[in-house]
Write a protein that binds this ligand. Structure first.
Ligand SMILES: Cc1ncc(COP(=O)(O)O)c(C=O)c1O
Length: 393
């Protein structure tokens, strides 16, 4: 049974202090950029938060047993990932987690591996800790039928990992914006290369719940127990502003160093709503809503793909295995993607993300997590704009 009632209509977000919506002053702009969703969170999360608000006291927060039970129960039953909760450090977000982990495990000047195109905050976290970005880019693979995908370039990864001063790899699993849900074989190969070269892998799994039908999220922690895994329900349940995330780190010596860095960076405290939202998300009711969301997102993706394939076959789209962030090749426009973002915003009144933000020019990223009607209008405008500019050489 379809539960589009949760997703076909969405409250107006303008004037709510929304980064995604209130950054554009023009009220006609459709924002399909920042990675949050225009849907209300799951009813179970909403209700739990309202109950907490009714209490009326919002002092310093302790994360209790129910929190760890919810985390452990969810990952074991849904993903076959057995988390020993004594290995968990909670913090105020995945980006704060990554930044603290880099601080804990590197010295300024050392290299940190990423696989571009990749989530832009990886770049800033590396830079802000005085480290050097060591790119082992993904390889693009063209598929039949107007899609493309990415695979890991193990030789590039091997070359990067072998460098004397490279200590850490930031893995994005599933990958934003490549749309890949990495397979167990691919992850095992990463683990093997990094282990052999004494590189610790930090796996950012914030998109792990958002797999498309037929694709599975493989927790990196089930492949490599010497790794550090970062988790949060925030992408899947649309609660990024509540700032709650978990670091799973089985190695006690590394965990102590990460814990210290979390304290030094002053990101060891969370607000009272984050744990409440997490517990309600990782529940039976949360599961029902999440599965309906995944179905809706998959239909939104199909709509986007069909439109691009029919109207703009020269602009291939990634095969989306996970996330709600399809990545589209607009190299045929022969324009810099920052210019494309600016022009589409100004002329078509749709805000998309430019590819160079993720380290690869010539692409745009479109957030499809909004009511289908709104997405259809946004895509109509983007496609019209591209058609009008495609003669540019
Ligand atoms: C791969 C990835 N990691 C982390 C984040 C943000 O994490 P947080 O809001 O918990 O800091 C995002 C947001 O888009 C993301 O795509």
């Amino acid at each position: 049974m379809k539960n589009n009632k949760w997703f076909d209509k969405a409250p107006d977000r303008r004037g709510t202090g929304s980064y995604k919506w209130d950054s554009a002053s023009d009220p006609d702009v459709i924002p399909l950029w920042v990675a949050d969703m225009d849907f209300k969170t799951a009813p179970a999360v909403d209700e739990a938060l309202m109950k907490r608000v009714e209490h009326g006291i919002f002092g310093y927060t302790l994360v209790g047993e129910a929190y760890y039970d919810a985390l452990k129960g969810w990952f074991r039953s849904r993903h076959g990932y057995d988390i020993d909760t004594k290995n968990v450090i909670y913090t105020s977000g995945v980006v704060p987690a990554i930044s603290a982990i880099i601080k804990a495990l590197t010295k300024p000047g050392e290299g940190v591996i990423v696989q571009t195109p990749v989530y832009n905050c990886f770049f800033s976290s590396i830079r802000n800790n005085g480290c050097r970005l060591e790119d082992a880019p993904l390889s693009r693979v063209n598929l039949e039928g107007g899609q493309f995908t990415y695979k890991m370039d193990y030789e590039a990864l091997e070359r990067a990992a072998a460098k004397e001063d490279v200590k850490l790899m930031l893995l994005c699993n599933p990958h934003n914006p490549a749309g890949r849900a990495w397979t167990r074989e691919e992850l095992a190969k990463v683990a093997e290369i990094c282990r052999r070269n004494n590189v610790t892998v930090v796996s950012d799994e914030i998109h792990c719940e958002l797999t498309m039908p037929g694709y599975e999220y493989v927790p990196y922690g089930t492949v490599d127990t010497s790794s550090i895994v970062c988790l949060s329900p925030s992408k899947a349940f649309n609660t990024a502003g509540l700032q709650i995330a978990n670091i799973v780190c089985p190695n006690s010596e590394i965990r102590a160093r990460v814990d210290k860095a979390i304290n030094i960076n002053e990101v060891c405290d969370v607000n009272p709503f984050g744990p409440v939202a997490l517990i309600a998300s990782y529940s039976e009711e949360g599961k029902e809503w999440l599965d309906a969301l995944r179905e809706y997102l998959s239909e939104n993706y199909t709509m986007l793909f069909d439109l691009f394939h029919k109207e703009l076959p020269e602009c291939p789209v990634t095969k989306l295995e996970a996330t709600y962030l399809p990545w589209i090749d607009v190299t045929s426009l022969h324009l810099n993607s920052t210019e494309i973002e600016e022009e589409i915003l100004k002329e078509a009144k749709v805000w998309v993300n430019c590819g160079d933000m993720y380290g690869t020019d010539g692409y745009i990223r479109i957030n499809i997590a909004c009511p289908r009607e709104r997405l259809a209008e946004g895509l109509r405008r983007v496609i019209k704009w591209i058609k009008e500019h495609r003669s540019v050489e």
